[in-house]
Design a protein around this ligand. Sequence first.
Ligand code: TXA
Ligand code: MG
Length: 321
Amino acid sequence: MTAVDIKLIRNGATTILNGGLVAVPTETVYGLAADATNDQAVARIFEAKSRPQFNPLIIHVTGAEMARRYVAMTPLSKKLAAKFWPGPLTLVLPRRQGSAVSLLVSAGLDTIAVRAPNHEAAQALIKTVDRALAAPSANQSGTISPTSADHVRQSLGDRIDLIVDGGPCPVGIESTIVKVAGDKVTMLRPGGIARETIEEFLARPVSNALQAKNPEAPGMLASHYAPRAMLRLNANAPQPGEAFLGFGEIAAKGADALNLSKSGNMLEATANLFAHLHALDRNAAAHGLKTIAVAPIPMEGLGEAINDRLNRAAAPRGGTL
Ligand code: TXA
Ligand code: MG
């Protein structure tokens, strides 16, 4: 979809206003969107994804103006939004009094996570509905995130009402989530905007959330983003019977090997991460390989987010942190 398909967007908007579920591309990953102010529609998201109820959802708005309907935009959050929106930065902010957002979205917390996606189709859909859209990644909970319409179809298929196909997602990894409280900014999830980029802009360090016992911080399930195959991280070469996900010079040959970025480019590696994991997982299943070995990824810039997702994908299945 080069230009936005107006008819498809109108169709999507009607579906959402009727309480339905629409998969829509964003710059990060495909989202499974529903009317964030409709309890039943939001409940359908959890059901379609088989998502644990305690895991709250992000709401999507066109920009800071619209965000104000639902959350308290503090001076610091306004500054961050002015710089990074639309784009892959999610702000966790106090729920505004009288906010129409379903309590199910925030799973009982008094804060709401909000972002403005930098994607024509997502923007057009939100604008047409003229309400915040709750949208987690459009995949079964705990599996690899979808960066193409095909991924969505394979994971959710007939559990949803409509898929807006907008081609591959340019960023390819979920948004960075920060909590803004007064003048404090805490990182809850590394993602599409590197920590260093935010720190440079604010001219101070951004601290990490302490890993709470309760799943307040995002992605608390240790095993998340999991392929069917096991992952072996920081591998310099595949062992017999392993598929290989390379990076830069550390690469392998053959049908069961892919490279995140031959030139070691972090943006390219991020955009390829989930698509390559999907592809290698399919190959591994077809060729009877039980493990995908993965080359070491440097911790610079977006490498923090890539390593976060790889560590979760490699974690023992079903465990919690
Ligand atoms: O890039 C993205 O952020 C994608 C696209 C579709 O926009 N969305 C996404 O949403 O990743 P989801 O639902 O998969 O991730 C939401 C994360 C969860 O891990 C959740 O714990 C955290 O945001 N979260 C949501 N509301 C929160 C809150 N009030 N406080 C702390 N964390 C929150
Ligand atoms: Mg997800």
